[in-house]
Design a protein around this ligand. Structure first.
Ligand code: AMP
Ligand code: FES
Ligand code: ZN
Ligand code: ZN
Length: 329
């Protein structure tokens, strides 16, 4: 790579992007990222400069990068961090999110599952006997919606990137899960008490976001969630990466062409967007039943004695987690 030159300015390049068949210097990598975000926002009418934006920040590279990008582009964006209680992983994530906000004078809202709702993700996983990502995803979605409505935000931004979206699409396609496919859009419009939700990083990869953070001096949580170890999502990412190596551009074509060509054909099959909603009898959030799924989960697991992370990992995941923990001490 040492000999390669930036496509734009011919100065030494810091990154090669086979998908664009080009190399870029730091400055022009940043320019490319900004342009891809601007294009995603414009193509899908994601955001306006009047919007009050709430960025869901996990402390990882993608969500810190999207917050940085939007702020730099002139949008008004606050952050929201949800403490999931996943041992040391959550502690480190929280520190990165808070430091990023403090250094830039940005507002970060924080919600802690254990302090405010009496449970955490490992405990919920143990009690419900479901995979941790299930209680985790349900809690996050609910709390993002809730915080946006309570704080009068117009829209929730998440840091889902091209790799994330392509991997989810791959999984949904393998199962021909039409209902999920119909919902896998870069923008979910606001409706019946749910805020609009948008994903401005759909045209950028994980690698590009890591490079953005390095060039911009953003410190982020590098480790993957210990509870995600060995899950299918990561396997789908690996599979797509090996296709991408053979045929650069495949990943972007797979997802972006789905959004352009296939998603419109599926519009209308999205049952969740057409069902009748009413207010949850406990929290008032829109739901199809009497009590929303979050309140049902909370009622079931809240107050249960806390279960440590390692108790809900399988053997291989536990070994990997304990090794990372020991290395960090
Ligand atoms: P994940 O579901 O972990 O792949 O994360 C997808 C997106 O959800 C991230 O890019 C963030 O925008 C958001 N997110 C994940 N974890 C958290 C968290 N603990 N607090 C706030 N936002 C989060
Ligand atoms: Fe949700 Fe790991 S971040 S289970
Ligand atoms: Zn350059
Ligand atoms: Zn509820």
């Amino acid at each position: 790579m040492s000999q390669s030159k930036c496509r734009v300015c011919r100065e030494p390049a810091i990154i090669d992007l086979p998908r664009h068949n080009a190399n870029f210097c730091a400055e022009h990598l940043l320019q490319l990222c900004r342009r891809q975000v601007e294009k995603a926002i414009a193509d899908h009418d994601m955001l306006s400069f009047d919007d009050r934006i709430l960025v869901a920040v996990s402390g990882g590279k993608d969500s810190l990068a999207v917050w940085d990008l939007l702020t730099e582009l002139g949008y008004r964006a606050d952050g929201l961090y949800v403490g999931l209680g996943i041992g040391g992983y959550s502690d480190v994530s929280a520190r990165h999110a808070q430091r990023f906000a403090d250094e830039r004078g940005l507002t970060l809202l924080t919600i802690d599952l254990r302090d405010q709702y009496g449970y955490d993700v490992p405990t919920a996983a143990k009690v419900t006997r479901r995979v941790p990502c299930s209680a985790c995803g349900l809690s996050k979605r609910h709390l993002f919606d809730r915080a946006a409505l309570d704080g009068d935000y117009d829209v929730v931004v998440t840091g889902h990137n091209l790799d994330d979206e392509a991997a989810v699409l791959f999984g949904n396609t393998l199962r021909w899960d039409v209902e999920y496919l119909a919902r896998q859009l870069p923008v979910l419009p606001a409706r019946d008490g749910f805020p609009r939700k948008v994903k401005p990083l759909i045209r950028l990869t994980e690698r590009e976001m890591a490079a953005w953070c390095i060039v911009r001096g953003i410190d982020y949580q590098v480790d993957e969630c210990p509870m995600a170890y060995g899950n299918k999502h990561l396997a789908y990412k690996d599979a797509l990466n090996s296709i991408e190596r053979e045929s650069p551009g495949s990943k972007a074509a797979f997802y972006l062409e789905f959004v352009d060509k296939m998603a419109p054909l599926l519009a209308g099959t999205n049952k969740a967007a057409t069902g009748e909603l009413r207010a949850c009898d406990r929290c008032g959030s829109p739901t199809t039943g009497e009590t929303c799924a979050f309140c049902r989960l909370e009622a079931r697991v809240s107050g249960h004695e806390p279960v440590p992370v390692e108790m809900v990992l399988n053997k291989r995941a536990r070994t990997a987690y304990l090794a990372t923990k020991a290395a960090g001490e």
